[in-house]
Design a binder for this molecule. Structure first.
Ligand code: C2E
Ligand code: CA
Ligand code: CA
Ligand code: CA
Length: 278
């Protein structure tokens, strides 16, 4: 509410007012976090059919001074509604690129890819390509190892503009994965027109493949679709050996999920990766 004057808004619902106060506090904290470097990237392994690490997904964590680790489910929407997503998203890409440049100097780690989540708002920003270019020049990251995860919402509006941006990044070696596939507005027709590299089967389907024949059918047709469009396919949220076995039997050969490793700080992921090499 604005201070003073006749534009003061009155809240008659105490619960609503309390919720708003929490949100206002969180937003102020988010601005602080930008200045105080409270962000951290965790990395979750992605594996091939024999369990070898092929890459990682970078997942943002916020180390809040009082609340501890805050989950992105809570703050990403707020970053988006305040526009702070551009700045934080830029930090994420920069951090991932610095990590890639560092891994490029280590023989056992140089082949790994890093997948970075990109909010549709961030991707649509007119400065997005320019910001990325600066990061690429500054970090000298091997761009063939960088994968950007976008969601179907990106293509609901301004599809051609999104397509052009993807093409210009792909010309530099960057690859694209369609995250949360099956949960959005996808029409199959548009998929064929998009220059993507990978479909990522959403965890909500993966976790039900053995319990729901409807979900199993969705996963099967997603795998078939990926094949016929010459896209890679990866399943996320794989938690059990049975889920993995089912996916493998149905032609999905890349996995991510707690079964193979949780998201972890960079030191831990490096130790796990190096242990596997030796
Ligand atoms: P997402 O991109 O779908 O990421 C997968 C989420 O599933 C992650 O949650 C991950 O920790 C969790 N997960 C991985 N394996 C399993 C599993 O086997 N079982 C279960 N139950 N969960 C699993 P997290 O890290 O809390 O991130 C939540 C969402 O926040 C992400 O969903 C993504 O949409 C968003 N996010 C995270 N980091 C970023 C970022 O840097 N930028 C943007 N724009 N969004 C981000
Ligand atoms: Ca993702
Ligand atoms: Ca996902
Ligand atoms: Ca998700």
């Amino acid at each position: 509410a604005k201070a003073g004057g006749r534009s003061t808004i009155c809240f008659f619902d105490p619960a609503m007012q309390a919720a708003l106060l929490v949100r206002v506090k969180l937003e102020a904290d988010l601005r602080q976090a930008l200045e105080n470097h409270q962000w951290q990237l965790y990395y979750q392994p992605q594996v091939d059919c024999v369990g070898h690490f092929t890459g990682v997904e970078a997942l943002l964590r916020w180390q809040h001074p009082e609340r501890g680790m805050v989950s992105p489910g809570e703050f990403i929407p707020l970053l988006e509604s305040t526009g702070l997503i551009n700045e934080v998203g830029e930090w994420v890409i920069d951090a991932a690129c610095r990590q890639l440049a560092l891994w490029a100097t280590k023989p056992q780690l140089r082949e790994l890819t890093i997948s970075v989540n990109i909010s549709p708002l961030q991707f649509r920003d007119s400065d997005f390509l320019g910001r990325l270019q600066q990061i690429f020049v500054r970090t000298k990251a091997p761009l063939e190892r960088l994968k950007l995860e976008v969601t179907e919402t990106l293509f609901v509006e301004a599809r051609d503009a999104a397509r052009d941006k993807i093409l210009s990044l792909k010309a530099q070696g960057v690859r694209f994965s369609l995250d949360d596939f099956g949960t959005g507005y996808s029409s199959l027709a548009y998929l064929a027109q998009l220059p993507l590299d990978q479909l990522k089967i959403d965890q909500s389907f993966v976790q039900q493949v053995l319990d729901s024949s409807a979900n199993a059918a969705i996963v099967e047709s997603t795998i078939a679709l990926a094949k016929s469009l010459h896209l890679d396919v990866i399943a996320e949220g794989v938690e059990t050996e049975n889920q993995k076995a089912w996916l493998l039997a149905h032609g999905c050969h890349a996995f991510q999920g707690y079964l193979f490793g949780r998201p972890m700080p960079v030191g831990e992921i490096e130790a796990a990766l190096l242990a596997q090499c030796s």
